[in-house]
Design a protein around this ligand. Structure first.
Ligand SMILES: O=C(O)CCC(=O)C(=O)O
Length: 282
């Protein structure tokens, strides 16, 4: 894949996001899908043990199995996974060389995998997995009591779909340029934060849908307004999102994350899939 790094940097700085088509290899995506399947297997065992289902639907597709298993007990479904993601099959996504080469252009040589990485099995028509309009910085503000350093965080957010993501199944939407507005006020809703309504109405009119395929990567600024559209299809929209940060900064969280690349301390970088799987979220 040929990447014009100057154009990537300019889009990231000016628009607050950029899409990199086909950056991830199909094998990295396949490994991630297999990792997700291992988590689905565990959920299915939990449902069987609890007597909530009697058919593990072992032959159902990646796009439908988990949803069908939880169809009659959706309140028991995980909205997302985080600490469960220390799996060998995710190493090639989170520590992807092609991706880190680009991130290095944006953040410099000291790169941390920020302690907020998430897998989202986004079920059809389920509010629990419908992420509302927000800036990631809005969540950081909520957990740090509006620490003024949020505005200085140097971060790159990454979003990758494990199935084709379209408006119909709940692709990501962004408001180009909104990363320049500072941290906007957010309000708590049932499952997620949402940008306060007066600000939102004016800005969401400028929303752009980012329809992407497996292998494509969306990079975006932690102050960019974004949401996941409702999933109006009958299959799961599977995705992963994760963040890199300039490792010389504070995470502003209790968790410290891990080093993904470093010129200063190369020995501290997570060296292998096996090591990643041994580490715990923190
Ligand atoms: O995948 C989604 O629907 C929302 C993802 C998101 O909010 C994020 O990556 O920060």
């Amino acid at each position: 894949v040929n990447i014009d790094t100057a154009a990537v940097s300019e889009a990231f700085l000016e628009q607050g996001y950029t899409v990199l088509p086909g950056l991830l290899s199909i094998s990295a995506i396949d490994d991630a899908r297999a990792a997700m399947n291992s988590l689905v297997d565990k959920e299915v065992v939990r449902l069987l043990d609890a007597g909530l289902i009697d058919d593990p639907l072992a032959d159902a597709s990646f796009e439908t199995r988990m949803y069908r298993c939880f169809e009659h007990c959706v309140d028991h479904a995980p909205l997302s996974w985080r600490k469960e993601l220390h799996l060998p099959g995710l190493y090639d996504l989170f520590f992807n060389d092609a991706l880190l080469d680009i991130v290095e252009q944006l953040l410099g040589t000291e790169i941390r995998l920020y302690p907020a990485y998430t897998a989202r099995p986004k079920f059809p028509e389920w509010e629990g997995t419908r992420v509302l309009w927000h800036q990631d910085a809005g969540y950081t503000a909520a957990v740090t009591d509006e620490d003024p350093r949020i505005e200085k965080l140097r971060m790159v957010n990454v979003w990758a779909g494990l199935v084709p993501s379209r408006e119909a199944n709940g692709c990501l939407q962004v408001v180009p340029g909104s990363h320049k507005l500072g941290v906007l006020p957010h309000e708590s809703r049932t499952h997620y934060l949402e940008i306060a309504s007066d600000t939102l109405h004016e800005l969401e009119a400028r929303a752009v849908s980012l329809e992407v395929d497996p292998g494509d990567v969306i990079l975006f600024h932690n102050m960019l307004m974004h949401q996941g559209l409702p999933n109006r299809s009958d299959t799961i929209r599977w995705s992963l999102d994760w963040r890199y940060q300039d490792a010389t900064q504070s995470t502003l969280r209790q968790e410290q994350g891990v080093l993904a690349r470093s010129w200063l301390a190369p020995e501290a970088v997570v060296p292998s899939a096996e090591r990643w799987a041994e580490l715990e979220f923190g």
